[in-house]
Design a protein around this ligand. Structure first.
Ligand SMILES: NC(=O)c1ccc[n+]([C@@H]2O[C@H](COP(=O)([O-])OP(=O)(O)OC[C@H]3O[C@@H](n4cnc5c(N)ncnc54)[C@H](O)[C@@H]3O)[C@@H](O)[C@H]2O)c1
Length: 451
């Protein structure tokens, strides 16, 4: 199959590379020359486990190439995927200018039938707008398919190669058959391909992300309540999640969700509801709870040290919005680090992959440390913001020697409060009856029973 993918970001690059891996001829198109240069050298502009190896192999074997010449790529392809960004506009709605601009460019370049496949996350009705944009500039036949992407950054290759499901929204039998042929190698384990109309496919993506975001905000609210009443949210989570109607996934409390999808997709869905005269009270609450949750760790720090942190240094482990990615878009770390800086603190940061990204964000305002322990030297406390695996079993004795005092604010609940107490740490986490909070509820040993 001849495929071009317009937009070589997290989604487009992974999709294009995986299509090539299954034997298709793929051209990645982008306007970002820096990205294209890296890609042509076989280097991935993003950190995503396994991606660079696939990228190099498929380029070497001639199935994958990159260009800024969209017209030529369209002329050489049957499938034209649109995978450009749909960022949040100033009013919360999804900004479709890139998607519609690319649709017009594809229309102008077409020299015969094309399948125009929208992989970007877009509001309901966008397929119709893409159809109009293309029809306005070409008389060649085409179909518009809505094919939302469900990959998770950090496990994107695995998710794309073995998706839980593939959603194909289209009203043309011919297009659906071609899409099924393209996806056949990815669903050999009988995971379903759902055929539906464009609007339902577009809605499926928003509903999935909004539901996941709602689970996180719900558990964060439960966690905050657990702290007040002296319960342990970890025990509550297990008790709740073992109900098969609920399940264990996405019930981990923390310092809020981030990334390029959940925050903007929740906002976009609220906006779509408004456009159609509905008030999405639930999603507005999901969003508000998340905003508040991003501040809880700095509140805990201030409860301990006072509002003015001038002259005090704090170490931060983890900046990416989740582990195994360097993506810091909307990451809770942005709120936490800015909160510390605003209160006058000195901030010493470490992340296994996101330091380059962090330099672009924080500039000279924080100090950067390639080795996690180096960030601890002389700090009043450590704040853990991302649950990277390498933080799960650190050398606590070494940490104690480096920190000014054995004090940890853990936004991801990586450690056992009782073990931390035994190791001599003052340990604050989320939704567990820890450290100073024990005075407002049951004693620590009591709350830890049953672990
Ligand atoms: N990142 C994720 O985990 C994820 C998951 C599922 C869906 N999505 C959705 O997929 C879409 C893309 O997300 P992303 O994270 O890959 O974005 P991204 O910002 O990483 O990548 C977008 C790419 O498109 C390029 N681009 C912009 N305008 C262009 C144009 N006119 N022609 C060619 N290239 C152009 C940009 O240079 C960039 O490389 C969004 O709608 C997003 O919501 C993202």
């Amino acid at each position: 199959m001849k495929v071009c993918v317009v937009g070589t970001g997290y989604v487009g690059l992974v999709a294009g590379t995986c299509f090539a891996e299954c034997g298709n001829d793929v051209i990645g198109v982008d306007v970002d020359q820096r990205k294209l240069e890296l890609l042509r050298e076989g280097r991935s502009p993003i950190y995503e486990p396994g991606l660079e190896e696939l990228l190099r192999r498929n380029q070497k074997e001639g199935r994958l190439s990159f260009t800024d010449d969209l017209a030529e790529a369209v002329r050489r392809s049957l499938f034209c995927f649109i995978a450009v960004g749909t960022p949040e506009g100033s009013d919360g709605s999804a900004d479709l200018s890139a998607v519609l601009g690319v649709a017009t460019e594809i229309g102008r370049a077409m020299n015969g039938y094309r399948l125009i496949v929208n992989k970007s996350t877009v509001p309901v009705g966008t397929a119709d707008r893409v159809r109009q944009s293309v029809a306005a500039v070409t008389s060649h036949p085409f179909d518009v398919v809505s094919n939302p992407e469900f990959l998770k950054e950090g496990a994107a290759i695995e998710d794309f190669m073995k998706p839980d499901r593939v959603v194909i929204g289209c009203d043309s039998e011919k297009a659906i058959e071609l899409m099924k042929e393209l996806y056949a190698p990815f669903v050999r384990t009988e995971n379903p391909i759902f055929e539906m109309d464009n609007r339902s496919a577009e809605m499926t993506k928003y509903a999935a992300n909004a539901l996941l975001a709602a689970r996180i905000s719900f558990m964060n609210e439960v966690a905050n309540l657990c702290e007040r009443v002296g319960a342990d949210v970890n025990l509550v989570r297990r008790g709740v999640g073992s109900d098969r109607r609920i399940g264990q996934h996405f019930l981990f409390p923390g310092i809020g969700y981030g990334g390029s999808c959940f925050p903007k997709d929740v906002q976009a869905m609220i906006h779509i509801a408004e456009e159609y005269g509905l008030d999405s009270a639930l999603l507005r609450a999901v969003d508000a709870v998340n905003d508040r949750q991003k501040h809880v760790l700095v509140h805990k720090v201030k409860a301990r040290f006072g509002a003015n942190l001038r002259g005090k240094a704090f170490a931060v482990w983890g900046l990416s919005f989740k582990p195994r990615t360097d993506d810091m878009r909307e990451a809770p770390s942005l709120t936490v680090v800015e909160g510390l800086l605003k209160a006058g603190a000195k901030v010493q940061v470490h992340d296994p992959e996101a330091l380059d990204e962090a330099r672009r964000t924080f500039g000279e305002r924080v100090s950067y440390h390639e080795i996690n322990y180096d960030a601890l030297a002389g700090a009043e406390a450590l704040l853990i913001l991302t649950e990277w695996n390498e933080f799960r079993r650190p050398d606590f004795a070494r940490m104690k020697r480096l920190l000014k005092q054995p004090l940890i604010f853990d936004g991801r609940n990586l450690y056992d409060p009782l073990e931390m107490q035994e190791l001599g740490f003052v340990y604050h986490s989320i939704g567990r009856n820890t450290a100073d909070e024990s005075s407002s509820g049951a004693p620590l040993a009591e709350a830890g029973k049953g672990r």
